[in-house]
Design a protein around this ligand. Structure first.
Ligand SMILES: Nc1ncnc2c1ncn2[C@@H]1O[C@H](COP(=O)(O)OP(=O)(O)O)[C@@H](O)[C@H]1O
Ligand SMILES: [Mg+2]
Length: 376
């Protein structure tokens, strides 16, 4: 190696290689591509060497060469992965880094220092991907297996929040359309919301105003999941808070979502460009915002989250706030709520990425130091 090449290698070694994993089999594939593109562009090239690892809709991992890996980037409806990029499989490598290998030849294509999962919804946000990365001993951004899976299951999530003394809407869980729905309606009143327990993006959710609409809504939700949750309908504003940290999580300023539809439905989120308005910061009194921010941190802790999480609330006209849910892998484009909340709190997008990567490495080091068996 010549002197120039050695110097270049030295420089490279200081940079962390960040594997952005995105796409995936969930209904949020396209949104994920947009999140990945934003992170790829914003990562500081002085510190990082970003890699694009796109998972196609069949679940195959592909390694992109550069930003051209994501096709039709400016069109949210046509955005897609270039599937001709080589397929890779992740394998454990000596040390803590992980390698991406060609599944055919077995040749190493790249090593990765830290992963940035940006795969929303099923498999990416529910602990599955996190479990794979843990097995391979790779550091990764965001909640680990437990926080991810708990955050994904609206039933378990709400039981844990309630157990921690945090306010949540009244709810009932049903596993079959034959369950006693009338009793649930009697307890919860109308309107109520029926949702699959493990999904996102408002898919499979129905706002029910009349008794006879409950059974069809439950049947619909049970097509997406084995559990459906029925929740008391809360008339209130939708307030969201971004939380960041591991042992000492911090909350951003509050933001407000103002849906222009009956509720913040799939259409309002992704189809209708003017489906919802984001107000940052939310126009609420300081005492209320302080209370909601404290609740957000408490929810983050109660749900065993790490790294990041967006906690969503209903703010009732009487001033009471109820936790609706946590999103452990919230939308992450530059114009998404989570990064915008941090920007409004004094942490610009590239610095937020730095912090998340630091938190991932800290957690990995901490877990690596734990004893795995009895010591004599
Ligand atoms: N209990 C409820 N009361 C009032 N509105 C609700 C309730 N549950 C859900 N919604 C509406 O439906 C949207 C999606 O529900 P949510 O539980 O956040 O599911 P998802 O995980 O799909 O985002 C919310 O943003 C809100 O507009
Ligand atoms: Mg939601």
């Amino acid at each position: 190696m010549g002197r120039g090449a050695a110097a270049a290698a030295g420089r490279m070694a200081l940079k962390r290689r960040v594997g952005i994993i995105f796409g995936g089999k969930s209904g949020e594939h396209e949104v994920s591509l947009q999140s990945a593109k934003s992170v790829y562009e914003a990562l500081d090239r002085e510190k990082y060497e970003p890699l694009l690892i796109g998972v196609d809709k069949a679940g195959v991992w592909h390694l992109g060469a550069d930003a051209s890996f994501i096709l039709n980037v400016s069109n949210p409806k046509l955005i897609a992965l270039n599937a001709s990029a080589p397929a890779v499989v992740p394998v454990e490598a000596p040390g803590s880094a992980l390698s991406l290998k060609d599944p055919e030849s077995g040749l190493v294509r790249q090593s990765v220092d830290v992963f940035f999962p940006l795969m929303h919804g099923t498999f990416g946000e529910d602990g599955s991907l996190q479990g794979l990365l843990r097995l391979l001993n790779a550091p990764f951004v965001g909640a680990s297996v437990l926080g991810s899976s708990v955050g994904m299951d609206k039933d378990v999530m709400k039981r844990l929040l309630r157990e921690a003394g945090l306010p949540v809407p009244e709810f009932r869980v049903v596993r079959s359309p034959g369950d006693d729905l009338a009793a649930a309606v009697r307890d919860l009143g109308l309107p109520l919301f029926v949702k699959p327990c493990n999904l996102g993006s408002s898919v499979g959710i129905t706002k029910v105003k009349r008794l006879e609409e409950v059974a069809p809504a439950v049947e619909r939700a049970l097509r997406f999941d084995r559990k459906a949750i029925l929740e008391q309908g809360i008339a209130g504003r939708e307030i969201e808070v971004a939380v960041l940290g591991n042992e000492e999580p911090r909350a951003s300023v509050c933001g407000e979502i103002v849906p222009r539809h009956e509720f913040y439905s799939y259409e309002a989120k992704y189809i209708d460009e003017d489906g919802a308005l984001l107000k940052i910061p939310a126009e609420i009194p300081a005492w209320q915002s302080d209370k909601i921010r404290d609740l957000a941190v408490a929810a983050f802790r109660a749900l065993e989250c790490e790294g990041m999480g967006r906690v969503d609330f209903f703010l009732k006209p009487d001033g009471g706030a109820l936790v609706n849910e946590i999103n452990t892998l919230p939308g992450f484009t530059r114009i998404s709520m989570y990064p915008k909340l941090w920007e409004a709190s004094g942490l610009p997008y590239p610095k937020l990425l730095d912090r998340l990567i630091e938190l991932a490495l800290e957690r990995h080091a901490r877990e690596g130091a734990l004893l795995r068996s009895a010591e004599f």
